[in-house]
Design a protein. Structure first.
Length: 210
């Protein structure tokens, strides 16, 4: 019997994943967590085979939480679900110890296929992620400016591009306004832009707009 933890701050989405996996896999035990602190407690206190992790939980970096999972349970298999493009997070996820990466809009059959492969000890790499990893692996590859952003900077970048203001971003990520302003300044410097409108144009040029 496999024991799977679903880490997602939207209850309806957690419920949908639970129903999907219970129907597809049958004899499983599903645990649920709505935030990183609750999830980390479960990872530390229970015997789990796999975690399905939303990388954009409020209040903390998903890749930081992933690494904490691995420190708490080295054998835990982890599938990351994200609304962000592969170009933004896939490489970081695998470098941080993840075993698979899927967009949240993936087909249900692909989700089940990914979970089965990861439970069997394999990694799951979609065609889009495989292509990006291949490009990333080239020894002479030059990183694009947005690829130099930290995980938290990438989250702020995506929210800025989506038209969110500093105060709204601070509320979403549970950070103070000054911290978000600092992240914004770093992002503008790294991407060599001056305004949020410049960031939007950059994101559109590199197909990073959702």
């Amino acid at each position: 019997m496999h024991r799977i933890l679903i880490v997602e701050d939207h209850p309806l989405f957690r419920s949908a994943i639970k129903q999907l996996l219970t129907k597809a896999l049958g004899n499983i035990v599903v645990r649920e967590a709505g935030d990183g602190q609750e999830a980390l407690h479960l990872v530390r206190s229970q015997s789990l085979d796999m975690a399905i992790l939303d990388i954009s939980l409020q209040g903390r970096s998903g890749t930081d939480l992933l690494r904490e999972f691995k420190r708490a349970s080295a054998d835990l298999r982890i599938l990351v679900l994200s609304r962000f493009p592969e170009e933004q997070y896939a490489v970081r996820v695998f470098q941080s110890g993840g075993d698979g990466y899927l967009r949240k809009n993936a087909d249900t059959k692909e989700v089940v296929r990914a979970v089965r492969k990861i439970l069997n000890g394999e990694e799951y790499v979609s065609d889009a992620v495989a292509q990006h990893l291949a490009l990333e692996a080239k020894s002479d590859a030059v990183k694009l400016p947005h690829e130099t952003l930290s995980s938290r900077e990438s989250q702020v970048f995506q929210l800025l591009v989506a038209g969110k203001g500093i105060t709204e971003i601070a509320g979403t990520l549970k950070l103070n306004v000054t911290t978000v302003s600092t992240y914004r300044a770093r992002i503008l410097e790294k991407i060599d832009t001056k305004t949020n409108a410049d960031l939007v144009r950059y994101a559109m040029h590199h197909n990073l707009v959702q």
